[in-house]
Design a protein around this ligand. Structure first.
Ligand SMILES: O=C(O)C(=O)[C@H](O)CO
Ligand SMILES: [Mg+2]
Length: 266
């Protein structure tokens, strides 16, 4: 049976961030993920996880200046020291939160650069992150993201991600297979899962309805088929619920829209 994690950056966003842990636990989630924990002390977040019987399954390394539009530093030549310092900060949080994986966002292509011209920077940065993470027993995840949501993002396709994982050559670097982005960029989701899951190089899944990124039962993907497929293939990791609730009304919008999840919680 798939295990579902609530993405607390997108779900329960009609209550304060620190109250989302309790809300997720009350809805039956056993795991949570979020984008960035850095506005709160790690010990405070660890206390909330413990109080509500939740596991932290994923969060992101610092992405650079998010407010200014940056979406990761890994592919940015000249930002290597900042990338490393950010990743070390993330590892500190991972230790306190007992979180076994960190997502490293690739970043937007700098003006005048191409995917080929920044590839060596990206690979070198990921090798550094992988070595640091290995000492802490943590996996480093890389995620292909569609360019409608993030124009100019370096990493967009599953085949590109898997080729980079092979080139980086570290056993703790894996792909975060977000089926929402994969559907928008490539489609053919079931065949892509059948192709990549047996490689052992998929470290996490995420889901959302396509194209609006609302509940998984809104839109063009039939998720129950994919959940059964993941079960058949023996996936025992997590599926992050990374969508913007569209049903119900505040302060229960997320809970009101969880009808799709209930059959999978038992
Ligand atoms: O956008 C996504 O799908 C992610 O998972 C990133 O972590 C945040 O942009
Ligand atoms: Mg995602």
């Amino acid at each position: 049976m798939p295990r579902f994690a609530a993405n607390l950056s997108l779900l329960y966003n009609d209550v304060d961030f620190l109250d989302r842990f309790a809300a997720a636990a009350a809805d039956g989630f056993l795991g949570v993920e979020f984008l960035f924990p850095y506005a709160w002390p790690a010990e405070q977040l660890a206390g909330l996880l413990k109080a509500h019987g939740l596991q932290q399954v994923l969060f992101n390394a610092p992405p650079g200046d998010w407010e200014a539009g940056e979406r990761g530093l890994a592919c940015r030549p000249g930002r290597e020291a900042e990338f490393r310092a950010g990743f070390e900060r993330a590892l500190g949080y991972a230790r306190v939160l007992a979180c076994p994986r960190i997502h490293v966002m690739a970043g937007l292509l700098p003006a005048g650069e191409t995917r080929d011209s920044v590839r060596a920077t990206y690979v070198a940065n990921l090798k550094v992150a992988a070595a640091l993470a290995a000492e802490a027993g943590v996996d480093v995840l890389i995620e292909p993201i569609n360019e409608r949501d993030m124009p100019g993002f370096f990493l967009n396709r599953q085949d590109q991600a898997h080729a980079l994982v092979a080139e980086i050559g570290a056993p703790n670097v894996k792909v975060q297979m977000d089926l929402y982005h994969c559907q928008i960029v490539e489609g053919d989701l079931a065949m892509k899962i059948r192709q990549y899951l047996p490689t052992g190089r998929v470290g996490h899944f995420q889901i959302a309805g396509v194209p609006e990124r609302h509940e998984p039962d809104i839109g063009e993907i039939h998720h129950p088929y994919l959940f059964r497929l993941l079960d058949t293939l023996g996936w025992d990791g997590w599926i992050g619920c990374e969508y913007r609730p569209a049903r119900g009304s505040a302060p229960h919008a997320t809970s009101d829209g969880l009808g799709w999840l209930r059959p999978w919680l038992d």
